[in-house]
Design a protein around this ligand. Structure first.
Ligand SMILES: [Zn+2]
Ligand SMILES: [Zn+2]
Length: 342
């Protein structure tokens, strides 16, 4: 019998200069934990991310803060790197317990508004249109409809509406500390990293820069001008140019070489782009065919409907970026869109 390699369970740790890490579990998720960071400020502890909204996760955060030497009631504010549930999920509970403010970039505040308020029927209609244009087979359309029928019976996901805005280049609201907001769109439109200045130099990188895994880059915006992968590659360059002494990511573990890792991740996407272009030189493909032929962590046939949706969105982001670079184009004609190399 073989067992999955066990990764060491991260623990609450003092990382020096008024920074602690509190691992908050993400139930039933291979990522394991979100690393919430606690920053000491003149007004009390400020959190960077809050964790997944689940009683087990909340308890881990409450207990972790006690281990750090403070309490959940003392939290002054929450700086959210991006509006994903493993980062922003618990923000509301922290605010309720402490009266803390919640700060987020405007572009992700817009995503929060969409998630909280977009009509559910329009969501299904829109995604069916996207799948049809991608050339998805009928069983994929049926799977999406079934998934939606089940999910509308569940209570609607509600994200905390932020009180403050994180603005690129400005200092985050953490009294007595110099924490610079660095806008790093790509994984989400409003993802930010936070750079600890004042002789510290470490970067709180959220999901933008992780030591061994890479964040999902999907085509989150259908608008023609959107280019999330282009944004992500530019955000990698932006981070690589900062004077960074160490990286405090939201998953996995602390590491040191920000510029080296940024270059590795960029090279990985360049490889995928060039592999995709090679395929488009051979014959024209629909987005569905493109996604089917890309490398995923499991064979395409074994991916469930939701993972296929993520894969399709990631394939779309790569295809969009090739089109933006003038290396691929859509063929004229009706029906599902087909793409060729340029
Ligand atoms: Zn994320
Ligand atoms: Zn994450």
């Amino acid at each position: 019998m073989t067992t999955a390699p066990s990764r060491p369970t991260p623990r609450v740790a003092d990382l020096g200069n008024g920074v602690w890490t509190v691992p908050v579990p993400i139930p039933d998720n291979p990522l394991g934990v979100t690393l919430v960071y606690v920053l000491e400020t003149e007004a009390g502890p400020v959190l960077v991310d809050a964790g997944w909204d689940d009683p087990i996760s909340y308890q881990a955060l409450v207990d972790g803060l006690i281990e750090v030497g403070t309490t959940i009631e003392d939290v002054h504010g929450v700086l959210v790197t991006h509006a994903h549930p493993d980062h922003h999920g618990l923000s509301e509970k922290v605010r309720e317990a402490s009266g803390a403010w919640i700060a987020l970039h405007a572009a992700d505040a817009e995503q929060v508004d969409l998630i909280n308020n977009a009509p559910r029927e329009a969501w299904l209609r829109h995604h069916l249109e996207v799948l049809t244009l991608a050339g998805a087979p009928q069983d994929a359309l049926d799977a999406l409809t079934r998934h939606r029928e089940v999910s509308v019976t569940r209570p609607r996901l509600h994200y905390a509406v932020p009180d403050r805005e994180l603005v690129h280049g400005e200092l985050a609201p953490a009294p007595g500390r110099a924490i610079r907001t660095v806008w790093t769109p790509g994984h989400t439109p409003g993802h930010v990293c936070l750079h600890l200045e004042d002789g510290d130099g470490r970067l709180l990188s959220g999901d933008h820069l992780l030591p061994s895994i890479t964040p999902h880059i999907g085509l989150y915006d259908e608008a023609e001008e959107a280019d999330p992968l282009g944004d992500f590659l530019a955000s990698l360059t932006r981070v690589a140019q900062l004077p960074i002494t160490g990286v405090l990511p939201a998953h996995e573990h602390v590491f040191s070489d920000a510029a080296g890792r940024a270059a590795e991740v960029a090279a990985l996407h360049e490889e995928r782009l060039s592999a995709l272009r090679t395929r488009l030189c051979e014959r024209s493909l629909t987005l569905w065919q493109i996604a089917e032929g890309m490398d995923w962590n499991r064979p395409w046939a074994q991916l469930g409907a939701q993972n296929r949706q993520l894969a399709l969105s990631e394939a779309a982001a790569h295809l969009r970026h090739l089109v933006k670079r003038g290396r691929a184009q859509a063929e004229a004609g009706g029906g599902p869109a087909r793409y060729t190399a340029l």
